[in-house]
Design a protein around this ligand. Sequence first.
Ligand SMILES: CC(C)(COP(=O)(O)OP(=O)(O)OC[C@H]1O[C@@H](n2cnc3c(N)ncnc32)[C@H](O)[C@@H]1OP(=O)(O)O)[C@@H](O)C(=O)NCCC(=O)NCCS
Length: 176
Amino acid sequence: MTIAIERGAQVVLRDKVLADGHDDHRWRSDEELAELDAAPRLRQPLMDFLRDYEIELSNPTPWTRRYAIDTLDGVHIGNCMLYDIDTVNGQCEIGIILGDRDYWSKGYGRAALRLLIAKCFEMPSMKRLYLHTLEWNARARRAFAACGFREARPVRRGGRNFIRMEIARADWQAPR
Ligand SMILES: CC(C)(COP(=O)(O)OP(=O)(O)OC[C@H]1O[C@@H](n2cnc3c(N)ncnc32)[C@H](O)[C@@H]1OP(=O)(O)O)[C@@H](O)C(=O)NCCC(=O)NCCS
């Protein structure tokens, strides 16, 4: 049984389960998705990936959280993550990927992000969320801006140009 962590009008965020492994392997092996995520394309065989995946799921770390994004009727369309959760300085980094292209540019990404932001700001220590997106990823920048992220500064990393975007608790309009 999977448990909804956050439920909105368009998507559900839930904890990752072993059954997500096949989708995650397919998405992480995809050249275009890897490029958009500025990550190397996964080349690990499925069986090895699933073995590591199971170990990772049963050994969560306190500074990272991963959620699956489902449609309201239970289709797994992507993932979102919190990295480097820093409760001392009150910040963490956000990542999101809709692996299923059929759901791009239909508002699912911003719907998921809004739930994720709300989830982050439930942590009383959290003051600011940030992310890095490739400078040329106009769709992502627009979706992030629609959620209240502001462009903070350009960042050059690993030979690529990113934009750091941030949202402060004070800028977040919590859904009523
Ligand atoms: C980035 C991502 C999460 C955004 O989610 P989404 O559901 O596709 O985005 P939304 O529908 O909420 O918003 C997309 C916006 O970009 C616009 N857009 C789409 N393609 C565009 C393009 N080529 N240039 C400019 N704007 C574009 C859409 O019109 C929409 O804006 P509007 O509704 O204000 O008109 C999703 O597309 C995704 O996962 N893509 C692949 C991986 C990726 O890029 N991840 C981000 C890494 S930082």
